[in-house]
Structures are given as C-alpha cells and as structure tokens.
Design a protein around this ligand. Sequence first.
Ligand code: G4P
Length: 530
Amino acid sequence: MAKYTEEINKRRTFAIISHPDAGKTTLTEKFLLYGGAINLAGSVKGKATARHAVSDWMEIEKERGISVTSSVLQFEYDGMCINILDTPGHQDFSEDTYRTLMAADSAVMVIDASKGVEAQTRKLFKVCGMRGIPIFTFINKMDRDANDTFELLDEIEKELGIATCPVNWPIGCGKAFKGVYDRQKDCIITYSDTEKGTKEGEATVIDMSDEAGVIAGIGQDKYDILKDEIELLDGASAEYDLAEVQSGKLTPVFFGSALTNFGVEIFLKYFLEMTTTPLPRKSKGELIDPVENEFSAFVFKIQANMNKAHRDRIAFMRICSGKFDAATEVKHVQGNKVMRLSQPQQIMADSRKILDEAYAGDIIGVFDPGIFSIGDTICMPKADILYEGIPTFAPEHFARVRQVDTMKRKQFVKGITQIAQEGAIQIFQEYNTGLEEIIVGVVGVLQFDVLKYRLESEYNVEIRLEPLPYEHIRWITNKDIDLDKLTGTSDMKKIKDLKDNPLLLFVNSWSVGMTLDRNPGLELSEFGTE
Ligand code: G4P
C-alpha cells in the first residue's frame, strides 16, 4: 500500500452547482451540521447567517455584500474528509466559477423542484459534462408545491442530455411532503417536522414489507400513489450503474428539502458512497494516479489583492497526487524553478489557516509573487509531470474599453493585460488593428466593475466601458480557414485574442448556426485552449 493511501482515499472533493436561490447555501449548511465542520469557509453566506465575506479584498465586495473570492469548505463525515468547492453564483458568477469545476471530482446539482432546470445550472452542467465528471442531482424544496416528479426527470434528461436514475422518490410534496422512498432498500423514510437549522428531527424508517406500518406512516392515499409510481419507475427509469455514474452519463437523483432537512442526510450518505475518491489527471497523455505518485498539483485560479495592505496574489491549486509537505521543495514546471511554496494555506473567506501538509484532493492557496499562471503544474523536482491546461470559457458580455486620459496608455495596457492574465477578464482586439481598440469579454457582468475598480485603484487609470451587443463568442478551431473569405451574418464581428487566435462574436445564437451553414468546413468551439 502506498504511503498515503488511507488519507487520499478518504477525500471527496466536489462542487455544488445550481441556479441562484435553488438552495445551494442551505444544503451546504445542512451538510455541515452532519459533519461538524472543522473549517467553516465563506461559501456559507446565506442571508440567514449573514456569513458573507469579511476578507479585506475589495470595496465592491463589501459594498455589495458578496463574495468575489472563492473558498473551500472542509469537514469530516463518517470517516471521510470532504472538500466542498464554492462556485460563486449570483452577480459574482464569473469565469472563476467555471474554473473551480476543473478542480472538483464530482458535482452536486441542486434543482428547485418548482422551477426545474434553470439557466445557470445549464451552463455549469455543460462545463461538468465537458470533463465527464459524476453529477448527482438533489431536487430541492419538495416542501413546496413541486412540478410533477416524472416531468422533472424528463426535463433533466431532455435539457441536459443525461440519463436519470432516481435513488429515492418523494412521498407527496408541499405541506403533504412526508419523506422519501428508498428504492435500493425498499423502505420509506418519513420525517417529523424539524426546526430550521437543526439536525434531522425524527427520521422513521419503515420497510415496505410492513404494509400496515407504511400505511399508518403516510396514509392509504399516499401509499396507493407510491405503489403505482414505483411500478412505473421500475419500468421506465435507467438502471443504476456505478460505471455510468462515474463517467458522467447517468445522474443519480434524490429528492428532499434542504430547509426542513428532509432527505438531506440520506442524500449525503448515498452521495459519498457513490462519488469517487480523488480522480487521476492527465499529464502528457497519461493518467497520474493520485495515490501512487508523489506530490503534484495544478493552479486553477489566481486571486489578486486578497489583502490590500500587501497587494498579494494567491494561487489556488488542486493537489492531484501524493502529499504536500510545506517543508519540501517543489518544482514549478512552467517556470522551470525549484522552490518552496510560500505561505501555503487553506483559504476561507473570513480566515486563513497556514498548512503544514495536505493530500491529493485538497485545495491549497499559496502566495504568488507573480509567477504562476492558470493551468500551471507544480510537482516534485525530479518528476516529469505536465498537466493539461484549463480551457478558456466563453464570455457572454462584451464591452469596448477606452481610457479617459490617453497619456496613460502604458499603465492602461499593463494593467489590463495583467488582469487578463489572472483570468478575471478576457481581452480581444479588432481583427485588423492592434491594441488601440480593446474589447473586454466577461462571463459575469460584475467583472466589468472589478476591472474598472482595479485599474483605478492599482494602476491609477480611469476607463470608460461601452457595452457591446454581442452574447456569443466562438473560437475558430480549424487553422486553414481564410478569414477574409468568411461569409458571416451582418451582426458577426471578427476579433482576435492576445495570441492572435481568430474568434467570432455574434449577437444571437441563430447567427452562429447561420455562419456555420454558410461556411462548410468551418469549426467553431465554445472553449478556447490555452
Ligand atoms: P442559493 O445558495 O442556491 O442561492 O440558495 P439559498 O440556499 O440561499 O436559498 C434560497 C432561498 O430558498 C432561501 O430563502 C432559502 O431559505 C430557501 N430554501 C432553500 N432550500 C429550501 C427548501 O428546501 N424549501 C424551501 N421552502 N425553501 C428553501 P430566502 O427567503 O431567500 O432566505 P432566508 O431568509 O430563508 O435565508
């Protein structure tokens, strides 16, 4: 057995994805109740707890009471060490939200039972799908009037293109939500009402063979409906298949209510059983086993100005293999430099803890003197590892940037280029001209404010942003296309990124399709590769 097998195999690292208000924060809080959090991070920032970020990051963060910085929440449950990655939502939705998913081994998708699949879930799902990581669905808010259960499953299958396999099934909904039926154990679990924020009050388990007991528990009507639904379900739904789940083709589905704590612990238990230990990552076409190899990690996020007094940058890395030991020298592969990682820490919104050690599956933040880039590999000095880069995700909002004082051209270009390198924004140029005209693309509109604020406060450059109507961007993946001969639509705009890669901007998705039709052989991608 390799040295750290036990430590590594007890890790579960996942992200929770959802549309704002579906209940991500509430569910996370309930997980913590069961786990007895050892480190409470800033992701739990629900209005009820008002635990939003108090880091001294940016004024914007304080003004708006949101967390721009991301965090990782670590806790232990049932002998496992769980890392939940925060995926910022709401207005702070940004490319970082996507990048965070690159560091997760699986995702929990929270869906509001009365809303079904919503826009942000769709986007996040797509990114998870690209990596083929396991996705577990928790259909939340069953204590409210919910959409028809079969229709919800149908919607997930059709909208997201993933097969569903209900692991449990709701008994009623709204005020009449009694609990869930466990398909694997063939029993029902009913709950007594619980106070907000407390552990599951009384969960009563009744075996289906005890018909009288079940009827006494949920009533004859609900029992009859449940029997019919189980029959239908057994005939219609996909079989549970762990391999299919782990390759992201099948999603186990659970029902419950995070608020009233119905079905949360049973979900957590099954999820932890079904999800994976830290997954191997690809380096030079080969998988690096997390247990068999010494320390290696990759940078998935860079956060500037975490502490205004120090103007520091923190590089977040996901440990992919082995054990991280703060006292040992490691190699930054892209920089070809052997060094000791400075101030390795666990980053939480309201505190940071210096770490001496961490294991594959964990996320650490290290002080970055400006040497790391997103996607960089860190490994032991003698190891030959180079992890595959992180794709660039399609921005959805665009603006032309002009500096107010044209004399400050140099600072402006320096500032905007640095901020782009950190990955907060993407910058593009007109196809035929140089840097005179800069177009900024962002995934979430808040990043425009972040850019403006940072250019002013860090580079002393004032800018004006002029919104552009484009919403879709595509990288041209085939190099042999003659861009001058491209026949697009009237709303199409040709641009290039800083590495001169050609891209196209479109106002609507119809134009994307039209342009593809008009130019046989043209290949467009929603993801750019570094
Ligand atoms: P998010 O992180 O996904 O954005 O969602 P969050 O947990 O903050 O939940 C959004 C709202 O939905 C909150 O109400 C929360 O209490 C409620 N909620 C979450 N889970 C459930 C559930 O299972 N059932 C019901 N009925 N409501 C749920 P709020 O009024 O916006 O905030 P609060 O004052 O209750 O905190």
